[in-house]
Design a protein around this ligand. Structure first.
Ligand code: NAP
Ligand code: ZN
Ligand code: ZN
Length: 347
């Protein structure tokens, strides 16, 4: 086994603290890499605090992982020592169900292995994430990262990036569409960048007036302060799609009113508690509420290649490992500009 240094929480009420653990030796199809940067996702916080239920402790969070390859197994042909590499929210899946065969490993019918707070495919061994100095992953779940982009700013593409890219591609969002992005945080700022890059007209719907200038710099054409009823009324029946990235419970009914006939409200945010939806708000206008979870391996590589080609990265605040708790507090207050990334050399 390989000794690893990381940060873990022992239970939902304790802070992150240094934690020693082991990862498996590099197998014939495995890639081992030194983690250089790891993004901080709001999902880390939901899971550390066990807001979704079923969390596995001790937990080493982190699923926006980039670094440099230090060892490869005998049968690995996709990577060599010295290459840049990335790992997102998945480290394995059953590989034979219909979804896995379609490259939709995130929807594996037999349960994909999440990068942390999960189990390997033996359904026993716990997985530990990227708040650590190295990782060993089967090559099929390791992604190529371009050396043309700022590596620290690439890390958030592995979750925030693919989670917003995938639904925009699935619903074929592009020129001629009016898209609302709800919530300007880690996911929201990537949704703005991608929707604008795909040619849509993008409107930021935010609770934070201080984010208007940034929203426009990121590519939004309009900004609506959702606490101002006049501004909200002005976009009634306006949007083809809403990408909802909000992490806390909120009222979907209000936003359904902003959709055109046939409009789709796409949930990517994962609030821990349910919200009531009045059927009439869907019936009147043949509207849909949909959802989308991260993306499969082929699409994640496609997204990373798209970003390299179009020079798209995340806007980040680089922090030392020891500041993560402060970052969580700021994230909870909506004070994120627009993704915290941990510099793993500070571990
Ligand atoms: P984040 O950086 O904290 O951003 C969330 C944003 O939502 C905030 O910055 C804020 O933006 C807005 N917001 C927060 N509380 C709100 C409230 N009560 N009412 C209205 N708006 C509120 O979080 P994130 O990392 O982007 O993650 C967002 C959500 O997506 C989390 O629930 C996360 O677990 C989930 N997620 C899902 C997937 C998936 O596969 N579907 C993947 C990753 C993350 P404004 O200041 O602009 O209002
Ligand atoms: Zn995430
Ligand atoms: Zn499967």
């Amino acid at each position: 086994m390989i000794d690893v240094k990381g940060y873990a929480v022992q239970d939902p009420h304790s802070p992150l603290a240094p934690f020693q653990f082991e990862r498996r030796e590099v197998g014939p199809h495995d890639v081992q890499f030194d983690i250089l940067y790891c993004g901080v996702c709001h999902s880390d916080l939901h899971q550390i605090r066990d807001e979704w239920g079923g969390s596995i402790f001790p937990m080493v969070p982190g699923h926006e992982i980039v670094g440099r390859v230090t060892a490869v197994g005998d049968h690995v042909n996709k990577f060599k020592v010295g290459d840049l590499a990335g790992v997102g929210c998945l480290v394995d899946s059953c590989r034979h169900c219909a979804n896995c065969e379609d490259g939709l490993e995130q929807y594996c019918f037999n349960g994909a292995s999440q990068t942390y707070n999960g189990r390997e495919q033996d359904k026993k061994t716990p997985t530990y994430g990227g708040y650590s100095n190295l990782i060993v992953v089967h090559e099929d779940f390791v992604l190529h990262v371009s050396d043309k982009l700022d590596l620290a700013a690439v890390a958030p593409l592995l979750c925030a990036g693919i989670t917003t890219y995938s639904p925009l591609r699935h619903w074929k969002v592009g020129a001629g569409h009016k898209v609302a992005v709800l919530g300007l945080g880690g996911l929201g700022h990537m949704a703005v960048k991608f929707a604008a890059a795909f040619g849509a007209e993008v409107t930021m719907l935010s609770t934070s007036p201080s984010k208007e200038e940034d929203a426009k710099r990121l590519g939004a054409h309009k900004f609506v302060l959702t606490s101002d009823p006049e501004q909200v009324k002005a976009v009634t029946g306006y949007f083809d799609f809403t990408i909802d990235t909000v992490s806390a419970p909120h009222d979907y009914n209000m936003y359904l009113g902003l959709l055109k006939t046939n409009g789709v409200h796409i949930c990517v945010g994962a609030p821990p508690t349910p919200t009531e939806v009045l059927g009439f708000n869907l019936i009147g206008g043949r509207k849909s509420i949909a959802g989308s979870m991260i993306g499969g391996l082929p699409e994640t590589q496609e997204m990373l290649d798209f970003c390299a080609e179009h020079n798209i990265v995340s806007d980040i605040e680089l922090i030392p490992m020891q500041d993560v708790e402060t970052a969580y507090e700021r994230m909870l207050k909506g004070d994120v500009r627009y993704r915290f990334v941990i510099d793993m050399s500070t571990l």
